[in-house]
Design a binder for this molecule. Structure first.
Ligand SMILES: [Zn+2]
Length: 296
């Protein structure tokens, strides 16, 4: 089953539903960053919710970045997604394998609950929109629900899960976000409260139903499906991109690298790709920088 995000509305248009399957996306993150299970679950859940948030945007220039820093051993968990469905991300410590007594991965202990979830929405305006909410549990679903409630004043159910197999492969991954639209009547609020209490874990739902639409229909029998969008791992880094970054270094730092003759290796935090620049390329970067400085 390929990854996708389905967008629906229900209860006479008073509720909006986004549901995503992200198994391949999370698998790619595991391979790129060599993630151990709890790190995989933490980053996978964050990337899944961020991908859903970005599914209302348009094109590659509109993007959402979610940054969680709960003071736990995971460090910073960051995911970024754009309106094309391209998603990338990283986690401070990729090596975490922390389980609870019942055997479930303990994402809350990895992320921690002393810090903030920050969401930056860049839709090409002069200033991006930034919202912040304190992290509640570090389990990520609840943290995003709380973010929606306090930062965007939107009552929201967030059900997100990643099931990691014993061989570190991702068995299922996905998420579902249910939001009350402004002015939703009392019946809708009550209906959604019941859905929230009754809803099975996302990984269970993904195992039970092949089609995302069937998961939505299990809880919202009157759902109308509005759109289906692709979602995939994709990092937009490139040799040229990091050449520009090297050009922003101080002249003496570039000179030092040129003089030691070893070239420079740059790593992309998002996708763990390495780019190597030899001494001649560094000289060209320095020359271009000096020419640029003379012009300005
Ligand atoms: Zn990259």
């Amino acid at each position: 089953m390929r990854d996708e995000i389905v967008i629906a509305q229900a209860l006479n248009g008073t509720v909006r539903i986004h549901i995503a399957r992200t198994r391949q996306l999370v698998q790619e993150a595991v391979e790129r960053h060599q993630l151990q299970p709890t790190s995989a679950a933490a980053l996978g859940r964050t990337m899944t919710v961020t991908a859903i948030m970005a599914s209302d945007l348009k094109g590659k220039d509109e993007k959402i970045t979610a940054i969680l820093n709960g003071g736990g051993p995971a460090g910073t968990v960051l995911a970024q997604a754009n309106g094309n469905g391209d998603v990338r991300g990283f986690i401070g410590d990729p090596n975490l394998h922390i389980s609870r007594a019942d055997g479930h991965l303990d994402v809350g202990a990895a992320v921690g609950n002393h810090g903030d979830l920050q969401v930056i929405k860049d839709i090409g305006l002069k200033e991006p929109f930034t919202g912040v909410a304190p992290i509640q549990t570090g389990e990520i679903g609840i943290d995003f629900a709380y973010y929606y409630a306090i930062s965007e004043q939107t009552p929201t159910i967030v059900n997100v899960g990643v099931l990691v197999g014993t061989d570190r492969s991702i068995e299922t991954a996905g998420g579902m976000i249910v939001q009350l639209l402004p002015g939703a009547p009392e019946e809708t609020i009550e209906f959604c409260e019941k859905v929230s209490q009754d809803m099975s874990a996302m990984t269970e739902l993904l195992k039970k139903h092949e089609e995302l639409e069937d998961i939505v229909l299990e809880y919202f029998p009157d759902a109308e499906f509005l759109d289906t969008r692709d979602v995939r791992w994709k990092c937009n880094c490139s040799r040229e991109h990091f050449m520009v970054s090297l050009g922003t270094l101080a002249e003496e730092d570039l000179l030092e690298m040129i003089n030691d003759g070893q070239g420079a290796e740059v790593r992309c935090d998002y996708c763990n790709s390495y780019y190597f620049y030899n001494t001649d390329e560094l000289k060209a970067i320095l020359e271009a920088k000096r020419a640029g400085n003379r012009r300005s």
